[in-house]
Design a protein around this ligand. Structure first.
Ligand code: ADP
Ligand code: MG
Length: 643
């Protein structure tokens, strides 16, 4: 066969393979056209696995002269010269979506401009335009696409199940709606209304609508010419996949591994393995620093400096996550939900003002009309959950030590502290280096912090600190809490280069693979900043000359091996920072109070007070929650006091 120039029809069909690989892609193109046309309402219907799609908008419409041109390849009203590509104000610019789609389907375009007396309609059969008709119709444009790929049976085979294609379409529409909070979306699947998203006042409100989580939190950050704005769920609300990380660049929905990693990075140490954040993130930059034209479906972009975008995104989320705004908020929201307007008079925003930590259980009663009203609090003496019994039995000893045998046999019953003190006798006495820092003297009281404001009632199962706060009971996992504190201390110490260390008279020998030994020694200087001083004792042995005071000697081997694995697996300074995080988490985990250890009221209060010193303290460094809440209304319900 000699070389021939392909006919326009074949060119369009080839292009269609790129632009409209699957129905969700063409839905995106059609909706973007509507938005480019200034629509404030977009109505999308789809049937039959997306082989029939109808998009109705109230945009500016087209003139009868432009109507046929809309279907021509590289015909666009949006740019005229190549420079325009770098200052795009519209989503479309390639002028090939309608040409491509219409070449592989039957397309009916109906359009009417403001001021025109009627609408004009153009039908195209697999790229062959029929004469224009005058029809009735309101302002805006309707694109009806039917018989997708009927002229290309090979492509039809590539479509997935109807359900899968519908899911992809709905996902795309969510993304479109997230990008355009001020546009109303109405979505029908197989003639059934499945979503109606009225226009919103801002991105946060739209995100709450689409992600169906409330409240979401907002963060912003800039790195040079890159700005990031993020709306996201607190770390209690997680997804099982990364699909709930929505990324937008210049308000275009994009897929971007690096930015996805940035979001995960921000949640680092807040989520457990297999948990993913729920977040929508918008990255904005000067148009000259971003190329949006590297992919036919425009789903990928290229940043001039990807690391700026990464840092802006991570910073936007982290800045808010570190303030853990959900902690205060949760009580507030629940209270409002519980009390309705009657409770509205109580100001929950300032815990100290209404419910100082010494106050007792708020008592709820039901008024005649059935609404819940808050009663004045009971005098403290009447409380069933009194802590005076605890006072007499709590430890006098403020020094506090590590158990070495406790975790294997957790006590299954709710113990009094007296019983706990008994069982504590069985614990081995720790070496000096194992004594941790829960001394009452060491912590300056912080007032106003959430954790300090919890009223400690006692310890349950030698594992949980039982507290109450305003309208709920809060159970704090003592190990997780202490782990978080130790972790933050370590991280701070590492950042500030200050850590209490202990020298060993003879270096502690730790055996590991030669490769790991080598890796560790290479980073000896960095590791020193963690307070661990090492030297080579042989090809397969590391000697520890000194280590932080709070790490038990018995776990040093485990910690160093873990450290070596991290160091071997990861290189570069950024990953060192991450490795340090992991290492600190491991060290923290092995150096703090375990479950199964009795704590005095003072020790528990101290631990909680220490929690207030650090941001992000509502999760342990492995992402497990530090506390769980049990609202009183749930208790009331369980007791049948309310229905
Ligand atoms: P592009 O969007 O890249 O310009 P398209 O093939 O998607 O290319 O659309 C071609 C042209 O058709 C657009 O430039 C626009 O002028 C017109 N058009 C398409 N859809 C609409 C619509 N919903 N409302 C008004 N004009 C439209
Ligand atoms: Mg377009």
């Amino acid at each position: 066969m000699s070389i021939q120039v392909l006919s326009p029809e074949v060119v369009d069909q080839i292009a269609a393979g790129e632009v409209v690989e699957r129905p969700a892609h063409l839905v995106k193109e059609l909706v973007e056209n509507s938005i480019d046309a200034g629509a404030t309402r977009v109505h999308v219907e789809f049937f039959d696995g997306g082989r029939i799609v109808k998009v109705i908008d109230n945009g500016k419409g087209m003139s009868p002269e432009d109507l046929p041109k809309a279907l021509d390849r590289f015909a666009t009203s949006k740019i005229s010269k190549s420079d325009d590509l770098w200052s795009l104000k519209t989503f479309g610019f390639r002028g090939e979506a309608l040409a491509s789609i219409s070449s592989v389907s039957k397309m009916t375009l109906t359009t009417r401009r403001e001021g025109d007396e009627q609408a004009f309609q153009l039908v195209s059969l697999y790229g062959k335009k029929q004469p224009i008709d005058r029809v009735g119709g309101s302002q805006g444009t309707t694109v009806l696409m039917e018989n997708l790929f009927e002229n290309m049976p090979a492509r039809l085979k590539f479509l997935k199940s109807d359900a899968a294609e519908h899911t992809a379409i709905k996902t795309t529409l969510k993304a479109m709606a997230l990008a355009h909070f001020d546009v109303e979306f109405r979505i029908q699947e197989n003639s059934k209304l499945v979503n109606f998203w009225p226009a919103c006042k801002d991105r946060k409100e739209r995100a709450e609508q689409i992600l169906e989580i409330k409240p979401l939190f907002v963060g912003e950050a800039s790195r040079e010419y890159v700005k990031a704005y993020a709306v996201f769920a607190d770390p209690h609300n997680v997804a099982k996949t990364a699909k709930n990380i929505w990324l937008f660049a210049q308000n275009r929905w994009i897929q971007d591994r690096s930015l996805q990693a940035a979001v995960n990075e921000a949640y680092r140490s807040l989520l457990m393995h297999g948990e993913f954040p729920i977040a929508a993130v918008w990255v904005e930059t000067d148009p000259e620093y971003i190329d949006v034209n590297i992919h036919p479906t425009k789903s990928q972009v290229k940043f001039h400096d990807p690391s700026l975008a990464f840092r802006a995104v991570a910073g936007a989320l982290r800045g808010t996550l570190e303030k853990a705004p959900w902690i205060q908020q949760s009580g507030q929201l629940r209270s409002q939900a519980q009390f309705g307007s009657a409770g509205g008079a109580v100001d929950y925003s300032d815990p100290a003002a209404t419910y100082p930590s010494a106050k007792g259980l708020p008592n709820f009663a039901t008024s005649e009309n059935g609404a819940k009203v808050a009663q004045p609090e009971m005098p403290k003496e009447n409380l069933a959950f009194q802590d005076s019994t605890f006072k007499t039995t709590q430890f006098q000893k403020k020094d506090f030590s590590f158990p070495t045998t406790s975790v294997q046999q957790p006590q299954m019953s709710y113990q009094t502290l007296a019983e706990a003190a008994e069982s504590r006798q069985n614990f081995e006495m720790p070496a000096k280096a194992e004594v941790n820092s829960l001394n009452t003297e060491t912590v300056a009281p912080v007032s106003g912090g959430y954790w300090s404001s919890l009223e400690v009632l006692g310890q349950a199962n030698l594992t949980y600190i039982v507290t109450q706060h305003r309208d709920k009971m809060v159970f704090v996992d003592q190990h997780a809490a202490h782990e978080r504190v130790a972790y933050e201390k370590l991280m701070n110490a590492w950042k500030g280069g200050k850590i209490d260390i202990q020298d060993f008279l003879f270096p502690l020998a730790i055996d590991m693979s030669p490769e790991k030994v080598e890796g560790l020694l290479l980073l000896a200087k960095d590791i020193e900043r963690l307070g661990v001083f090492i030297e080579a004792l042989g090809p397969g042995t590391v000697g520890v000359k000194a280590a932080p005071l709070f790490i038990k000697e018995s776990v040093l081997g485990k910690v160093l091996d873990r450290m070596a694995t991290e160091v071997v697996d990861q290189g570069g300074s950024y990953s060192l920072e991450r490795a340090v995080g992991d290492i600190c988490a491991t060290m923290a985990c092995h150096s703090v109070v375990r479950a199964g250890q009795a704590l005095s009221i003072d020790q528990m209060k101290n631990l909680l007070r220490e929690m207030d010193h650090f941001p992000l303290s509502s999760f342990c460094p492995h992402g497990r929650p530090v506390s769980v809440e049990y609202p009183f209304y749930k208790l009331e319900k369980d007791f049948g006091r309310i229905v």
